[in-house]
Design a protein around this ligand. Structure first.
Ligand SMILES: [Fe+2]
Length: 495
């Protein structure tokens, strides 16, 4: 018996040695060079009815002629070579250590399994990752999760400006969670900025100085297991705010803004960007739009074109910049036209910083750009754009303003131009209060939680929005949560 065991063990070692040799010393198709490229992490974005973008971070730089980097994908979880139906796609581009994959032959509203194969190595090592496509320009029931601000707040000195909060697990678990008999079916996680707070800690020398610093910060975020697990299994739609773009309250004068834009374009799986990166033309903002079901999403960039705030001179300053404001106006009008022919039923404006704020507010919110806010509200009023909902972060709190009591949220000339506003943060940053007042105190469902002026400051906070569309009207069931607990709840109906 002893001899047999030794024999088996010996054979097993030979077998493992052979496998090892095959993996590490086999001839490469190109150059015959020993290559040890691995995938370190990946994330998903730009999901549509038939396509998705995957960005994968490799352990080292790969030249295009050495492109052995592939995604294997299928509706089945069997992604082995035994599965004849398995599909493979090569990286469409390789920038530094980022491989970009565009999967464009997908079925709508369908779950796919995928793995990254980098130079013979599979990522993840065990199991598969998943994504689900959506429906576009037709009635579709789906949900999104949203929030912002994830600095990690164990203490000012022990945090490295990134978060591995349990809230990321909480959100991911809603992917297939049935609530009130309604499958959440998370189509998307919308991150409204402050993916990290690395440069909030300049005394630790964490402020970005060059492109590699920006790349390193994306690495640090994706090295947090709970964030990584979320982003590689649920498509992301992400725009930056001040801390992941530059320093606290940074604006269009920030000296590294073109590098921030270059890093974003390289690292983030995003929807097509309306503006190209061109330093000579002063371009590089990251605003983008997309449609899921009959809902148009507009995500604006609050930082790249923001004029430096100059209260004393009260100039006609812009937060969006002329080009982005014109784009926003055009998108709002397209949304209205689509609503008139019933192809769409709602527009959601993802705007990172608080819209509702009066002149006495200490924060750098939209009241510092009152003329531009008035122009936008006038456009809404003049074009009767009434199926609009705003999502905002920045303030580390939960709040709803339903837009019906035209007191604070009414910025058109002569009144009006109001719409519902939802403030959702923070994932994992110290509680703060900005803007307001918010008239949604009546929608709070837990009176024991500390609140102020219609808002609930805190962390571990996020929003779940369920869209129920019968083809004529869209109901948006909003649940603003701290971890699993719903603290504010309201259903908006757009018909
Ligand atoms: Fe923040």
């Amino acid at each position: 018996m002893q001899k047999l065991w030794i024999y088996q063990r010996f054979n097993r070692r030979i077998f493992l040695a052979l496998v090892f040799s095959l993996l590490f010393f086999r001839k490469r198709p190109v150059l015959g060079k020993l290559n040890t490229t691995r995938c370190n992490w990946c994330w998903l974005g730009a999901v549509t009815n038939n396509s998705i973008t995957i960005k994968a971070k490799l352990s080292d730089q790969v030249k295009p002629e050495q492109n052995f980097i592939q995604v294997f994908y299928d509706q089945s979880s069997d992604l082995s070579f035994k599965n004849q139906a398995i599909k493979q796609v090569l990286a469409s581009s390789l920038d530094d250590q980022i491989a970009t994959f565009n999967l464009s032959d997908l079925k709508e509203d369908t779950i796919y399994h995928y793995v990254i194969i980098a130079d013979g190595r599979r990522y993840p090592h065990q199991g598969t990752l998943q994504f689900k496509t959506v429906k576009v320009n037709q009635p579709y029931n789906f949900a999104i999760a949203c929030s912002s601000c994830a600095g990690g707040t164990i203490s000012q000195f022990s945090s490295l400006g990134v978060s591995n909060s349990k809230v990321f697990d909480t959100i991911r678990q809603y992917k297939y969670q049935a609530e009130n008999g309604q499958a959440a079916n998370l189509a998307l996680f919308i991150h409204m900025g402050d993916l990290h707070y690395r440069n909030d800690l300049p005394f630790l020398g964490l402020k970005e100085n060059d492109l590699d610093d920006y790349r390193h910060n994306y690495d640090l975020v994706m090295n947090q297991p709970r964030q990584r697990n979320l982003y590689q299994n649920i498509p992301l739609a992400y725009i930056w705010d001040d801390h992941d773009y530059g320093t606290n309250d940074s604006d269009g004068s920030y000296q590294l803004k073109y590098i921030a834009s270059q890093a974003y374009r390289e690292q983030v799986p995003c929807y097509p960007l309306a503006e190209t990166l061109d330093e000579l033309k002063g371009q590089g903002a990251i605003y983008q739009s997309f449609v899921i079901g009959r809902v148009r999403f507009l995500m604006t960039d609050s930082r790249f074109h923001q004029d430096p705030i100059d209260i004393e001179n009260n100039l006609d300053q812009s937060l969006l910049g002329n080009a982005q404001r014109e784009w926003l106006f055009e998108q709002l009008k397209i949304g209205k036209q689509q609503q008139q022919n019933n192809r769409e039923g709602l527009t959601i404006w993802v705007n990172s910083i608080p819209w509702i704020a009066d002149q006495n507010d200490a924060s750098n919110s939209w009241h510092k750009f009152a003329q531009e806010r008035n122009k936008i509200a006038n456009l809404l009023k003049e074009n009767n754009i009434d199926k609009l909902l705003m999502l905002s972060g920045d303030a580390h709190m939960l709040a709803i303003d339903d837009g019906t009591e035209s007191t604070a949220n009414s910025y058109a000339t002569g009144g009006g131009g109001s719409f519902p506003v939802i403030q959702v943060a923070s994932l994992d940053s110290r509680a703060s209060y900005k803007g307001g007042p918010y008239n949604g105190k009546k929608y709070m469902i837990n009176s024991t939680v500390k609140s102020s002026n219609g808002a609930i400051p805190g962390k571990g906070q996020w929003g779940l929005l369920n869209f129920i569309d019968d083809g004529k009207k869209i109901e948006v069931r909003v649940e603003l949560k701290r971890r699993e607990n719903t603290l504010i709840q309201h259903t908006f109906v757009f018909n």
